[in-house]
Design a binder for this molecule. Structure first.
Ligand code: NAD
Length: 467
């Protein structure tokens, strides 16, 4: 499929959509609870109608089977929609705050105000979920939205375009496809909110563009998410969880375990044996042919990952097929910090295992790297668990699991610093697309005249009131 680039018709089409959405938003149509709920219901119905086509499309783009397409993409969006429809009345309620003595009589409240016209830019690795989950937040928050899917998952983008065009008026929700040039043009326009999911380098570009208009911004980025396996962890259980979470979607998951630090050399040896056992159990003898194993998105990413394999001798896997963009689940062991796989986010099916002498050393290694999107600990020690939560900074994470904190409608998800800013999912998605406006309502009875020039009794009294 040909990539959509920026041409003159495209720019005028984008500007036309933006102008329509601005007018539509300003009319106030998107604000009422009933409209927000109706939009969310329409999105649910739209996905239900297009589900078979969406499943087929992610199959084409990423070789995802229908089970994976439902569990990691579509099912999560349905859940987010239902959660929002149910909880919207509560989320939309103004919040009461106490009023200071000097503002009495009066009432202080925060009111949820939609940001307005939003831009949502998505990556290719979970092309449905990462496009439509933020949209749930935008609609729940009473915004309009322009959606820019990734050009690297063109089949999915095509079906989502058809779905959005059929179910929504462009002044409410519109999709604009295209590459980085189209994305750049979109980012140059003035939005009320930008929600970006993607890589750290592009995240920096997005932030620069948003800074130009001081646009509120959520950045959902990536990074190297570590796993620490301490000397009390159940290795068998840990190996199962890590094989599942790492090789899901061929390692192309933003919160996939990037590298594993195992305390104790002998335990690390045993752990690698267990990884091999569970890889065999989950994907069979030829994982690249397994119906449960996806593919690398494109040749560029295949070449990038192949570069990391060059000159190395993995203890498990290492096989590849360029024509099919496939790389077998691969484990490097033992790895030290100078290994090329330890430099940047791997974002593929390569897993380095680093044996370490102590938990302190594992913590130091993690702390020396930029704050990750996720951090994981496998342990049976309450003490180590508490220490991990207190000392390891990260966007989020799990104890005794990987990835699953993302699949929750009640737990906010996001990065910190280089792995992102802002959160979403459930109520946090509503908040991501909402400005909480603090308002004081002053009663006109008993007007406080002390602030007026020459009316204050004495500084001593004022000090008392303001203290
Ligand atoms: P990417 O940053 O290359 O692309 C993301 C989006 O930005 C795409 O729509 C793309 O068209 C657009 N884009 C690309 N270059 C651009 C530019 N120069 N200017 C403006 N827009 C541009 O990311 P990707 O390769 O699609 O996705 C992989 C990355 O995303 C990984 O780093 C991964 O960790 C991260 N990710 C994060 C999350 C999260 O929730 N935090 C989820 C999925 C992926």
């Amino acid at each position: 499929m040909k990539t959509i680039t920026l041409s003159n018709t495209h720019t005028s089409h984008i500007l036309d959509i933006l102008a329509k959405q601005k007018t539509y938003y300003r009319s106030g149509v998107t604000h009422p609870l009933e409209v927000r709920r109706a939009n969310l219901k329409a999105l649910h119905q739209a996905i239900t109608q297009f589900e078979p086509k969406l499943v087929e499309a992610v199959g084409k783009d990423l070789n995802k089977n229908s089970f994976e397409a439902y569990t990691t993409e579509i099912g999560l969006v349905y859940k987010e929609i239902r959660h929002a429809i149910k909880n919207l009345p509560r989320w939309m309620k103004p919040k009461k705050y106490t009023t200071d003595l000097h503002n009495l009589p009066g009432a202080s409240r925060m009111y949820p105000e939609p940001y307005g016209v939003s831009l949502i830019i998505a990556p290719w690795n979970y092309p449905i979920q990462l496009m439509l989950s933020p949209l749930v937040g935008a609609l729940a928050g009473g915004n309009t939205a322009v959606l820019k899917p990734s050009e690297l998952a063109p089949a999915t983008a095509g079906v989502m375009q058809e779905m959005i065009d059929q179910w929504f008026e462009p002044e409410a929700v519109a999709m604009v496809q295209g590459d980085a040039e189209v994305s750049t043009f979109l980012l140059e326009q003035q939005w009320d909110k930008i929600f970006f999911t993607g890589s750290v380098p592009v995240g920096k570009i997005v932030m620069e563009k948003a800074a130009k208009h001081l646009t509120p911004l959520t950045l959902e980025l990536g990074g190297k998410s570590p796993v620490i396996v301490d000397d009390t962890a159940d290795l068998d259980y840990t190996a199962r969880k890590i094989v599942w979470g790492k090789f899901l979607n061929c390692g192309q998951t933003c919160v996939a375990p990037d590298y594993v630090l195992v305390v104790g050399r002998e335990r690390a040896d045993r752990f690698v044996e267990l990884l091999e056992k569970y890889l065999g159990e989950f994907y069979g003898e030829s994982p690249m042919e397994s119906p449960h194993y996806t593919k690398i998105i494109n040749d560029r990413h295949f070449m990038r990952l192949s570069g990391l394999l060059e000159g190395t001798q993995p203890v498990i896997g290492g096989q590849k097929n360029q024509e099919q963009c496939r790389i077998a689940p691969t484990v490097f062991y033992p790895v030290d910090l100078d290994h090329p796989v330890m430099a940047d986010e791997i974002f593929g099916p390569l897993l380095p295992i680093l044996p370490v002498d102590s938990l302190d050393r594992a913590f130091d290694i993690v702390l020396d790297k930029p704050k990750p999107l996720a951090a994981y600990l496998f342990t049976t020690s309450r003490r180590n668990e508490k220490r991990f939560i207190r000392e390891i900074p990260a966007g989020g994470g799990c104890i005794n699991n990987v990835v699953m904190h993302v699949a929750s409608s009640s737990l906010p998800f996001g990065g910190v610093g280089p792995s992102g800013m802002g959160e979403y999912h459930g109520r946090a998605s509503f908040d991501a697309f909402t400005h909480w406006k603090g308002m004081l309502k002053q009663s006109r009875i008993m007007e406080m005249k002390m602030a007026y020039p020459g009316k204050a009794p004495s500084l001593k009294v004022i000090r008392k009131i303001l203290s």
